[in-house]
Design a protein around this ligand. Structure first.
Ligand code: FES
Ligand SMILES: [Fe+2]
Length: 397
């Protein structure tokens, strides 16, 4: 490469770097913090207990007060910076294990037991509003007042009789690769035919789809048409949630709505939080199957299987041909791009229209933010037209 080519490559690399960052001071980190984001499974926080989190490069403590309410504060004590989750819960406050400083849910230091009683300094640690929804804990980590809890709500799941389950996966690659994968319908025709072909790969088939993408009030609607009766429509919500439908656990079971958020822990690690929804009307046996399956298999961490997957490229878990298998297949391709892929060296084609549409959308919003202009107000699309029927699927309201 000559020097001009090198310079152009560097410019492209810098442009792509904007997409993969997540720290508070980066443009993307600021953008992501302007949305309610899932940070944990509600079930992972014990009664009167605390867990440590790493979200968008920031260490946090999520604790449940004695009342059962959740509080999200900084990860470390303001005194000498030890981890706060190792301390004790006292009412709705948390006490540091090291020298007993105590903080409330607003992050204010309310006690320093070993100090002379000279009045409390205005010491505080970060604190963020949280909200439990459908088994997930969402946090607002932006500046100023938290907005209405609108975009994360999934009204089809709030209907009477819908059965909901959760999933969580930990991946060791950058979050934006996973977001891009949501807008890459072609991958399904290849990746999900690898290892064992599970029900998802069978339903979608290996046919190459015709693609279309449309910007909506909430994000991007993707339509992948493989035949007149094999049309997949998915609604991706800005900036990091995707909604797809997938086959049920047996051919007799209804299809399942999957909402997945891809949240950066830091630039090299991502957690995917899922809400699975089974619409009303399924048989009792089907409902039991749904509940038991996700309780057992809903937390597959592909990063733990890195060596076996990349070494032998086999799937030897016959009971889990859906969640774990699908994640393992995606992991091979997405983690296979490296922990942060070198987009400046890619060669894109017509089938990458979704990727191109997605990146342009982010660059547009980042530019508006950086230049102090109004970014788009994204609104939940729950009033939108019903999704078309999927093959083998009952009507989706
Ligand atoms: S480090 Fe927390 S009280 Fe000292
Ligand atoms: Fe996939």
């Amino acid at each position: 490469m000559n020097i001009i080519q090198d310079q152009r490559r560097d410019e492209r690399a810098n442009q792509f770097k904007l997409l993969t960052e997540c720290n508070k001071c980066s443009p993307m980190g600021r953008l992501l913090r302007n949305f309610w984001q899932p940070v944990a499974l509600a079930e992972s926080v014990p009664a009167s207990g605390a867990i440590p989190l790493l979200i968008m490069g920031e260490e946090l403590t999520l604790y449940r007060g004695d009342s059962g309410a959740l509080h999200l504060v900084g990860g470390r004590c303001a005194h000498r910076r030890t981890l706060l989750h190792t301390g004790w819960i006292d009412g709705e406050e948390i006490r540091c294990i090291y020298h007993g400083w105590q903080f409330n849910g607003k992050g204010e230091c309310v006690q320093r037991p070993a100090e002379a009683n000279t009045g409390m300094p205005r010491t505080r640690i970060p604190a963020y509003p949280v909200r439990e929804y459908m088994g997930l804990v969402f946090a607002w980590m932006g500046e100023g007042e938290a907005p209405e809890f609108d975009l994360p709500r999934k009204l089809p799941l709030e209907r009477e009789g819908v059965l909901v389950a959760n999933g969580r996966e930990r991946w060791d690659n950058n979050w934006f690769q996973q977001v891009e994968n949501s807008l890459d319908a072609v991958h399904v025709s290849f990746v999900h035919q690898a290892l064992t072909v599970g029900p998802f790969g069978q339903a979608v088939t290996g046919a190459i789809p015709d693609l279309s993408y449309e910007e909506t009030s909430s994000g991007i609607r993707q339509t992948a048409r493989r035949s007149a009766t094999n049309v997949r429509v998915s609604d991706w919500t800005f900036p990091n949630n995707n909604h797809i439908t997938v086959p049920g656990l047996t051919p007799d079971d209804p299809w399942i709505d999957v909402y997945v958020w891809m949240i950066p822990n830091d630039e090299m690690n991502t957690t995917r939080f899922m809400i699975y929804g089974q619409q009303p009307g399924a048989s009792d046996a089907s409902r039991i199957r749904f509940r038991e399956y996700f309780a057992k298999y809903g937390k597959y961490d592909p990063a733990e299987h890195h060596d076996e997957l990349f070494g032998s490229r086999t799937w030897d878990n016959p009971e889990d041909t859906f969640v774990g298998l699908t994640a393992a297949q995606d992991y091979l391709s997405i983690r296979g791009q490296a922990r942060i892929t070198a987009r400046e060296d890619e060669i894109l084609g017509r089938s990458d229209l979704g990727i191109v549409t997605l990146r342009k959308l982010f660059w547009r919003e980042l530019e508006l933010q950086t230049t102090g202009q109004r970014t788009k107000t994204w609104r939940s699309q729950n009033d939108a037209a019903p999704l078309p029927k999927q093959p083998g699927q009952e009507a989706v309201a």
